[in-house]
Ligand binder design. Structure first.
Ligand SMILES: Nc1ncnc2c1ncn2[C@@H]1O[C@H](COP(=O)(O)OP(=O)(O)OP(=O)(O)O)[C@@H](O)[C@H]1O
Ligand SMILES: [Mg+2]
Length: 355
């Protein structure tokens, strides 16, 4: 049974559709990341699921139960959803334990039970011993964890996160990513997690939904979204890589022989026919080698362990050399000189469907 189901969900603000007829199921206990550029509708989707916003069209269901359609809405407090936003809205005049206990007090849970449950969630977020600290005596990451604990204490079956790590530095972000994974394992809650950060999305979620302009373009396992993006927009949002033009010479069900700038190679495909196609080449599948696709070095930037190298492919009908032609991005362990001629071995390629 799907815990959350959105059916042709549309939200219009004036003329613009912030969410445009989106249908998506969230299985019970799943962890879905919503990933996409600013303004694509991620927060709007969360607000509709939580009940802070009413649909213009379509429906939201939890299991078989209708939560919202354009006529009727179950109010947010009756949905039993936990929500953690980027701005974590803690009460500065209360200490950590009081902040976390707040949702239980509001529900008149017995005092003795409250202490036990607050202790248990502070344990999960690694804040044991911080019970009587005031909020202003905490770091940003610790405050974020208090907000998380306050959400967890209510024991919601559905938890929604809107960029919960956006205010934190790199180091804290990665330790919080571990905390989220742990929370998902322990609570078994159905989680929807909004982020701009694709590394975070790929690391955390068992499914990534790529959004653009109010639509979900692809919802699939992280590896699949990375290896087999459904279209050029998804390929542009997830991971680095180059999209180059080529021609299908010969094809089977899941692979095809393609010609890229006069060089032949085998690419994965979701079924294609002969003719022009767009092909995605990830940097890690490309290597400078004695044989392979001829190319010319346009640019090279050292980025830690590797040099990120931009290469120009030869133009059809012209010799190799830089020009307004196609480019490739590769990671090279060795430095290369601008203008140098190289060959590139290709170990993996993906024909972008419908491009
Ligand atoms: N209350 C509102 N009134 C008018 N327009 C709105 C409102 N809320 C959102 N929008 C518009 O709807 C679109 C989607 O907004 P939303 O906040 O869902 O984007 P987002 O994907 O969360 O972006 P970001 O990553 O920047 O947070 C945007 O064009 C936004 O300007
Ligand atoms: Mg947002």
């Amino acid at each position: 049974m799907s815990e959350i189901k959105v059916e042709r969900l549309t939200k219009r603000f004036n003329e613009t559709a912030a969410l445009d007829a989106v249908s998506l199921d969230f299985a019970a206990g799943s962890f879905t990341a919503l990933l996409g550029p600013s303004g694509c509708g991620k927060t709007t989707m969360l607000r509709l699921i939580a009940g802070f916003e009413a649909p213009s069209q379509g429906r939201v269901l939890f299991g078989d139960e209708l939560m919202a359609d354009p006529q009727r809405q179950v109010p947010p407090e009756a949905r039993g959803v936990g929500v953690v936003f980027q701005s974590y809205a803690l009460w500065p005049h209360m200490d950590v334990a009081e902040n976390v206990a707040y949702p239980l007090k509001a529900r008149h849970v017995k005092r003795g039970e409250i202490a036990g449950r607050v202790g248990a969630v502070l344990d999960i977020v690694g804040l044991n011993g911080f019970e009587s600290r005031r909020i202003e005596e905490l770091s940003g990451g610790q405050r974020q964890r208090v907000a998380l604990a306050r959400c967890l204490v209510a024991d919601a079956k559905i938890i929604l996160f809107d960029e919960p790590l956006a205010n934190l530095d790199m180091h804290l972000r990665s330790s919080m990513v571990d905390a989220f994974r742990d929370i998902h394992r322990r609570t078994g809650a159905t989680i929807v997690y909004v982020t701009h950060d694709q590394a975070e999305a790929l690391a955390l979620a068992d499914r990534v939904a790529i959004m653009s302009r109010g639509k979900v373009l692809q919802a699939a396992a992280p590896q699949e979204v990375y290896r087999a993006p459904a279209n050029a927009t998804v390929a542009g949002i997830v991971g680095r890589g180059s999209i180059v033009g080529g021609t299908v010479i010969d094809h089977a069900e899941e692979t095809a022989t393609v010609d890229i700038a006069g060089h032949r190679l085998v690419a994965r495909s979701a079924g294609t026919s002969a003719g022009p196609v767009k092909i995605l080449l990830r940097p890690e599948a490309l290597r400078i080698s004695p044989e392979g696709m001829p190319a010319t070095v346009l640019d090279s930037v050292y980025r830690g362990p590797v040099h990120e190298v931009r290469l120009a492919l030869p133009m059809p009908g012209r010799g190799p050399g830089p020009g307004p032609g196609q480019e490739l991005l590769i990671d090279s362990t060795e430095a290369v000189a601008v203008g140098q001629s190289v060959n590139v071995a290709v170990s993996d390629a993906w024909i972008i469907p419908g491009a």
